[in-house]
Design a protein. Structure first.
Length: 243
């Protein structure tokens, strides 16, 4: 369901054109805005909602920040953020925030959680595709280092909070288990790997669960260490294995 056997060559060509334009002109083609998400969340202030949360993080960005000139690093992160934003919105998601070298997206799941989950995984597969076949070939052409990403996906309740009185200007954010876990599982992913939390996995149809592998061994040990500081919570995580 999530695997795109026939790649959309037109989509890849559009990605390459945007990336080339951005590099040559030192400017993005779109405005990286979270306004659409903010307007969606404003309708639900101080209430609980269900969402699929997706973290997309550049792997090895600390080393890049040490080794690359600031102008190159800034350009790489801007292009990454642009293309991830477009992919998330194309799959009916919202951009919650940009956090350094990471993009956090959400897919509302109150009414149809299975469909929202399908959209998030299709989006994650699409992101890996456009990075491999759209972004990195252009980076190579312009002597920029290739990038890899780590993706974490989780489902659950989240509380919508406004920080301030004036809703037009107040910062709006989500807090909750799904947000916290999505961040933690993303840190455990290998380059170009998609990891799902247990809540997301439980939403997946039985037919699709065969493509998910429960993480064990070294990663399980690291995960246990993380959970040790979260009251030893027993919570399973899974790698998506079909792309």
């Amino acid at each position: 369901m999530y695997n795109h056997e026939n790649k959309d060559l037109n989509l890849i060509e559009k990605v390459q054109t945007r990336v080339s334009h951005t590099i040559k002109n030192h400017g993005l083609l779109i405005d990286l805005s979270i306004e659409h998400c903010k307007r969606y969340l404003q309708r639900k202030i101080n209430s609980k909602t269900q969402v699929i949360v997706m973290y997309v993080d550049i792997n090895g960005s600390t080393k890049m920040s040490r080794d690359l000139p600031s102008s190159e690093l800034s350009l790489i992160i801007q292009i990454f953020s642009q293309e991830i934003s477009l992919s998330i919105t194309n799959f009916r998601g919202y951009i919650l925030k940009f956090v350094g070298d990471a993009v956090i997206g959400l897919f509302p799941s109150e009414h149809n959680p299975s469909k929202a989950l399908d959209n998030s995984f299709a989006c994650a597969v699409n992101i890996l595709d456009i990075i491999k076949n759209g972004i990195n070939p252009v980076f190579k052409k312009y002597s920029l280092p290739p990038i890899n990403v780590k993706i974490g996906i989780e489902h659950g309740d989240a509380i919508i909070l406004a920080y301030g009185k004036n809703m037009e200007f107040a910062h709006i954010d989500l807090i909750g288990f799904s947000i916290s876990i999505a961040s933690k599982i993303t840190a455990l992913a290998s380059p170009n790997e998609i990891i799902a939390g247990e809540n997301a996995y439980n939403l997946i149809s039985d037919n699709q669960k065969r493509f998910f592998i429960e993480l064990t061994s070294e990663k399980e040990s690291k995960w246990d260490s993380i959970m040790k500081y979260n009251n030893d919570l027993k919570y399973r995580i899974f790698k998506y294995s079909k792309r």
